[in-house]
Design a protein around this ligand. Structure first.
Ligand code: BEZ
Ligand code: FE
Length: 314
């Protein structure tokens, strides 16, 4: 047998039927079981993809160039590889698989949604009732967001829960995309007290385009798709003893709710902004309650849904 798995048995095959197996079998004994599983499956699917579509060298090279360009564009402010995955629906799918325990039902933990590339660590720690708006006062619809963080099973308030929040400015840009905005504008971290309640001031978000000046944009253009996301606010919730929740809430009345460029909208995450009277700092209010699961409850639900927690790193 040749090193590429070709067998000279006199039979004619369109493509060498042993090639994929030979590539998979080249994996050495020191590969971990998870790495072996993931790469074997990836090789199989990639090879099937190439055979099914009779992929040409030029087409394959275009894909390689796209990946290379994504790498060149990426740094700690921009993650083009993640954007490419987003427009192909992969981050949303992986989110669904990883957090399968969450659901749309009202008595379940808050549903998750993708992190996206614009989260920043070390957002300012703010006091409850503060605003996350800094340097763009007078722009946008001023909103008072409030609600509670509770245990989804017992309904008990969760004390010490941290809400890490971020959203775009009225011009549709996150502060790190826009030199005209103050550092950490529209970001903040809030910690609940004994009553599990939270409240802060923000703006009503607007729909915005994901960056489309790189490979992700090329893919969208080739697929005749727009780059727009519906208006949303991002959150990471964490609390001692509870499984963290990465999520987004979406303005029910926003354009693009039905056709988010990155496929992240879930029904249970749709919210309503309502007019508010008597608050000189806000014109709208946004009530929303979060529900978290303890690690133990999360594990039990994962077992029920058949989700396994394994990981591999190269
Ligand atoms: C975001 O919501 O911030 C986002 C998600 C995916 C791609 C680009 C942006
Ligand atoms: Fe976003």
């Amino acid at each position: 047998m040749a090193s590429n798995g070709a067998v000279s048995d006199g039979k004619t095959h369109k493509f060498n039927p042993h090639f994929t197996e030979a590539v998979i079998n080249a994996t050495g004994p020191k590969a971990t079981p998870r790495v072996r599983q993931l790469t074997s499956s990836l090789i199989r699917h990639l090879h099937d993809f190439a055979r099914e579509n009779e992929l040409t060298v030029d087409e394959w090279m275009s894909g390689v160039e796209l990946l290379n360009e994504a790498g060149r564009m990426s740094d700690d402010r921009r993650n083009e590889g993640q954007l490419v995955c987003d427009v192909l629906g992969l981050e949303s799918l992986v989110d669904e698989i990883t957090y399968k325990l969450t659901s749309d039902a009202a008595d379940e933990p808050t549903a998750t949604a993708i992190l996206g590339p614009f989260w920043r660590k070390d957002a300012p720690i703010r006091d409850m009732g503060d605003t996350i708006v800094s340097g763009i006062e007078g722009k946008g619809d001023r909103t008072w967001m409030h609600g509670s963080v509770s245990d989804f099973k017992t309904g008990q308030p969760i004390s010490g829960a941290v809400l890490d929040v971020w959203h775009t400015a009225p011009n549709g840009l996150y502060e790190q995309q826009d030199s005209g905005q103050e550092d950490m504008n529209l970001r903040g971290r809030f910690t609940t007290g004994e009553d599990g309640k939270y409240n802060f001031y923000c703006l009503r978000p607007v729909p915005y385009p994901i960056p489309f000046d790189g490979p992700a944009g090329k893919i969208l253009q080739a697929l005749d798709r727009h780059p727009m996301r519906p208006a949303h606010i991002h959150f990471i919730l964490s609390a001692p003893g509870y499984k963290p929740i990465v999520t987004q809430i979406f303005d029910r009345n926003s354009k693009y709710i039905e056709d988010d460029a990155v496929f992240a909208v879930k029904d249970s995450l749709l919210v309503d902004f309502k007019p508010i009277q008597g608050d000189e700092k806000a014109d709208l209010e946004l009530p929303y309650d979060f529900r978290m699961a303890t690690f133990e409850d999360a594990k039990q639900q994962s077992a029920l849904t058949g989700t396994t927690e394994q990981s591999a790193s190269l």
